[in-house]
Design a protein around this ligand. Structure first.
Ligand code: TGC
Ligand code: FAD
Length: 390
């Protein structure tokens, strides 16, 4: 089934540069060849295809928005968004792998690390030789990461790290983890923890009904000796991980619309092919209404994402603007996945079509990187000046 056409109802392509269109086309072809033929089987079998990490590295999907001197892509934020859109058209779990690596592991090393750290880690992460993960959430601190209890003590020649992180994408296979922990003074810092450090383990989280082709796990630190040179020196406080989230949430806004496009295309084609009452079901007004509303929501979200990308390129995007785009895109995508699933009747619940997998995946996307509620409250705080989550 070929579901790779993209709705471009408002001629958005004319706002893209040649480079944007080339990058999007290359990633679209890659997804068509390397992800779509296999994704149902990976997801049904809860299999994380580790070989994809190197392949993502080869096409420049890791940290495309970071500078070329560290082996990264040196592209703008629109290209970054388009890459996430095309990968998530294939699968949200695959996009998770790419956005965690680029925005949550490479970005903090680039932004808050020193030159030695940048040169040591970024080229290997960009090429996919190494896989990374980002540890912020804890069993008792999800929406309120500032309450975290993972901590480190200064032991003179090293730090001693203790605590645990939960729900960490890529954790079971990660070579490096960017971990957020409190110093003895209670200040949040980023530390680079490497697989193989004594006392560091990454148990897998089993039994997920969502993001089944993405590996999720815990990070457990039992008196882990972390070399002092592994502390990210250039920013501390909750603002540091929040800046990483700004970048990743932006990628999710584009990505979720990729999943929505895939569901819409599938529904549009099915409406033409499926005959009931001697007519294609697309001849019935109810189905036309659904398609018209899907296309409208996709088009609105595309324009919102594009404008946010321009603001990112100018260094002007704000956290509430990012919340609006992430929240909107995920809601739009989830509604479209549900409607498209219904429009395929019984076939919609099988792995022959992608909607049910997208729908289940999007429940995670709705929850991670700030829940739907938290993004609403970030917007509420911006509008009223009163943070309701405190
Ligand atoms: P609040 O008092 O608002 O802020 C604390 C300090 O942080 C600063 N800050 C920022 N700085 C720069 N950029 C930002 N975006 C910033 N946001 C906050 C702020 O200025 C302040 O600095 P200072 O110097 O005054 O201390 O913090 P709060 O504790 O009230 O929390 C606010 C809240 C609830 C909005 C925030 O904690 C939040 O966003 N919670 C949601 C948690 C979340 O998103 N977790 C995501 C975990 S990672 C993940 O899910 C990856 S999944 C990836 C995948 O698989 O694709
Ligand atoms: P809670 O914070 O306990 O929230 C429970 C419910 O309460 C939610 O509906 C929430 O909206 C609501 N709620 C909470 N506070 C308020 C409030 N003040 N007002 C109103 N309602 C509120 N984290 C990482 O650090 N790294 C990762 O790589 C990562 N990957 C993930 C992958 C998956 C598949 C999933 C599911 C999660 C991942 N997360 C990751 C964790 C994710 O960011 C958290 O699940 C999320 O931030 C919510 O935290 P929680 O699950 O503890 O829910």
């Amino acid at each position: 089934q070929d579901t790779f056409e993209h709705p471009d109802f408002y001629g958005m392509d004319s706002m893209l540069t040649e480079e944007h269109i080339m990058v999007r086309g290359a990633v679209r072809d890659f997804v068509k060849q390397e992800i779509s033929p296999y994704i149902e089987s990976w997801a049904q079998n809860a299999h994380f295809p580790l070989e994809m990490v190197k392949k993502f590295g080869d096409i420049g999907a890791f940290g495309p928005q970071l500078p070329t001197e560290y082996g990264c892509g040196g592209m703008d934020y629109i290209s970054y968004g388009l890459i996430m859109q095309e990968i998530e058209r294939g699968d949200s779990g695959m996009r998770s792998t790419a956005s965690v690596q680029g925005s949550l592991v490479m970005y903090p090393i680039y932004k808050f690390g020193n030159e030695e750290q940048r040169h040591k880690y970024l080229p290997k992460l960009a090429s996919g030789e190494w896989l990374g993960c980002f540890g912020l959430t804890e069993p008792d601190h999800g929406s309120n990461p500032s309450g975290m209890t993972t901590n480190f003590k200064d032991m003179g020649d090293h730090y001693l790290l203790n605590g645990a992180k939960m729900w960490i994408s890529n954790a079971p296979h990660a070579d490096v983890a960017v971990v957020w922990a409190k110093s003895e003074e209670g200040r949040i810092h980023g530390l680079i923890v490497e697989r193989g450090m004594e006392g560091f383990s990454t148990p897998t989280t089993h039994g997920k009904w969502s993001l089944r082709a993405s590996a999720t796990g815990e990070l457990v630190f039992d008196n882990v000796k972390v070399p002092k040179e592994n502390l990210l020196p250039n920013k501390s406080g909750l603002g540091a991980p929040m800046m990483c989230l700004d970048s990743a949430r932006y990628g999710i806004a584009w990505g979720a619309i990729g999943a929505a496009m895939d569901c819409y295309e599938s529904a549009r084609k099915y409406c033409a092919e499926r005959i009931q009452f001697d007519k294609p079901i697309g001849a019935f007004q109810l189905q036309q209404k659904k398609l018209a509303e899907m296309l409208t929501e996709i088009t609105k979200a595309q324009l919102l994402n594009f404008r946010l990308g321009q603001l990112f390129n100018e260094g002007k995007a704000t956290t509430p603007q990012i919340s609006m785009a992430k929240r909107n895109a995920v809601e739009v995508a989830l509604n479209i996945a549900r409607e498209a699933r219904q429009m395929h009747g019984g076939m919609g619940i099988t792995g022959e079509y992608s909607m049910m997998r997208h729908m289940a995946n999007l429940e995670s996307v709705l929850t991670y990187e700030g829940t739907h509620d938290i993004h609403l409250l970030i917007l509420g705080a911006e509008i009223t000046g009163i943070p309701a989550f405190k």
